[in-house]
Design a protein around this ligand. Structure first.
Ligand SMILES: *Cc1c(COP(=O)(O)O)cnc(C)c1O
Length: 534
């Protein structure tokens, strides 16, 4: 018998044995344990704690007392521990292996950062605590601000956005506020976005109420100043451009683009998610950028991607600085007589003589303290020279992967150097019966998280590989050899190795489209179904 999740409920008898689809009775594969849903094996009558009903217990809920059972699956303590440990073992993580997911900068998170973030003075503070009691934490935010401004050459930074996309919203709201202050809030309703942009860019522009005007990338994968000039006009509020861009290329005409944008009365938003390739090498402020978010979780290493929080501080040019959201760092002289504190100010203080006009605030509190600590810990432990070397090594590693694979996999923009990530397309897969998706799934069987696929959209069947600086030569070599072995497999016609992949993962190929279009979000009690009836 199988339940409707396909799990056997009894040993197979002689007749059933041959029809059983599973490789093992338990579904385990050696020491890789199968794990059911908690609802399948939890029992309402069981719990990890064993507390007697108090004597003379009188329910006080009256008519609100629950009549039907709660129906939550109960587990004993060891069952609960095993459930979550087994689930955790199904995760792939940067701590388990190389994670070449392009655009995401999945690099090693130094343990020192974690140790610092767990210091009680940072981890145990409450956002409503009096500021005089959390001076160290506020000082750390101040210090981090200085580093971010130093690294980017910008005038101000808004610390509170909680992710890259949230930072984009923050920067675009500052831009909107600046146009409104000039009386051009209504007339400037267009935001220019290149068609290679990360999806969050046009989504942010639309969310803030702008209409997106796309500019195409050139055949070499970059945006030309000429194309931007043609798209500019008195109706344009801003351009959102990623640099290095999502094809892993530095936008060579960026200074000219910034100049054209400013001449047209618009602002330049730069998506700074790829700062990992240029930190310590180029200051965005010197390129003419007005606003840029920095994904602290990418460039300055915090576990991310389903594994932890993000933080997306936004650096702003002098023109946009007055519109930065609250809170801002300032000096509070009122807390105790005769003492002044660095503090987070909620009102609208002066900014070096000019009035601040904050557009509002992004979050209820001040942002992600743990991430600030990790980012500063990363910066201080690397130092200025170390940060620069991290960028250089990130670029070197990506180019090493490119150079070692370009004889077999195809490069859309010719065999020339890339920045911190290398983009292949699927020309080399033509007529092999293997797609980018199949190739990526076969990487799972080899124990690798796939690279980013089908992004950016400007390249057919894109495979975007970002090794990051934290991989050793040996680990890069094994990764490259694995991809070469797979690629030769494609060319030898071992199609099933790809179209049937993953064969060794806890689950085989899923119908991801059906899962997204028709998600089954509610568990229903399984009915036993007999194998014979299948
Ligand atoms: C990661 C990324 C973002 C979004 O950042 P989140 O922190 O995930 O919101 C935006 N643009 C690019 C190019 C990115 O790589």
């Amino acid at each position: 018998m199988l339940n409707n999740q396909g799990r056997p409920t009894q040993p197979a008898n002689n007749n059933e044995a041959s029809s059983r689809r599973r490789e093992t009775f338990t579904g385990n594969r050696g020491l890789q344990q199968e794990e059911g849903l908690i609802f399948e094996f939890g029992r309402a009558e069981v719990s990890g704690v064993d507390i007697d009903e108090p004597a003379q217990f009188k329910p006080r809920l009256g008519k609100f007392e629950r009549k039907t059972p709660l129906g939550l699956p109960g587990l004993s303590e060891p069952e609960a521990v095993r459930h979550y440990v087994r689930l955790s073992q199904k995760n792939y993580s940067i701590d388990a292996g190389l994670y070449p997911l392009g655009s995401c900068t999945m690099k090693h998170n130094p343990r020192l950062n974690e140790k610092m973030a767990r210091l009680p003075g940072f981890s145990d503070v409450h956002p409503l605590q009096p500021q005089s009691t959390v001076q160290g934490a506020i000082e750390l935010i101040d210090e981090l601000e200085k580093w971010l401004l130093e690294l980017t050459g910008m005038s101000a930074v808004a610390m509170s956005p909680k992710a890259g996309a949230h930072g984009e919203a923050c920067g675009m709201m500052a831009i909107k506020a600046a146009h409104e202050a000039r009386g051009e809030g209504k007339s400037r309703h267009i935001v220019i976005v290149p068609d290679s942009a990360h999806g969050t860019n046009p989504a942010t522009a639309a969310l803030i109420g702008y209409t997106v005007r796309a500019v195409p990338a050139r055949a070499d994968g970059t945006v030309s100043a000429q194309a931007v000039r043609e798209a500019l006009g008195p109706d344009v509020a801003a351009i959102m451009l990623t640099n290095p861009n999502t094809c892993g290329l530095f936008e060579k005409e960026i200074v000219e683009i910034a100049k054209a944008v400013h001449e047209a009365g618009a602002y330049f938003y730069c998506d700074g998610a790829n700062f990992n390739a240029i930190m310590g090498k180029v200051r965005p402020g010197d390129l003419g950028i007005d606003a840029m978010h920095i994904n602290l979780h990418k460039t300055f290493s915090t576990p991310h991607g389903g594994g932890g929080p993000g933080a997306g501080p936004v650096v702003l040019s002098q023109a946009l600085a007055p519109y930065a959201p609250l809170p801002v760092l300032g000096v509070d002289k009122t807390t105790l007589p005769g003492k002044s504190f660095t503090c987070l100010i909620e009102q609208e203080p002066e900014l070096a003589g000019t009035a601040r006009k904050p557009f509002g605030r992004m979050t209820a509190f001040h942002g992600q303290m743990g991430m600030y600590v990790r980012a500063l810990s990363y910066m201080l432990s690397h130092g200025a020279d170390g940060l620069k070397q991290a960028s250089e090594d990130a670029v070197l590693n990506a180019n090493y992967v490119r150079a070692r694979l370009s004889d077999i996999m195809s490069l859309p923009f010719g065999d020339k150097p890339c920045m911190h990530e290398v983009l292949f397309d699927d020309k080399w897969l033509k007529d092999t019966g293997v797609t980018t998706l199949d190739f990526a799934k076969a990487m799972i069987d080899e124990g690798y998280h796939p690279m980013t696929m089908y992004f950016p959209l400007v390249v057919h069947g894109a495979m975007l590989i970002e090794p990051t600086e934290s991989e050793s030569l040996a680990s890069l070599e094994l990764f490259i050899m694995t991809l070469r072995d797979l690629a030769f497999g494609v060319l030898r016609g071992e199609t099933e190795r790809f179209t049937q992949a993953p064969r060794l993962a806890p689950r085989r190929r899923l119908d991801e489209t059906a899962a997204a279009r028709n998600p089954i979000l509610r568990w229903t009690k399984p009915e036993a179904i007999s194998v014979a009836a299948e």
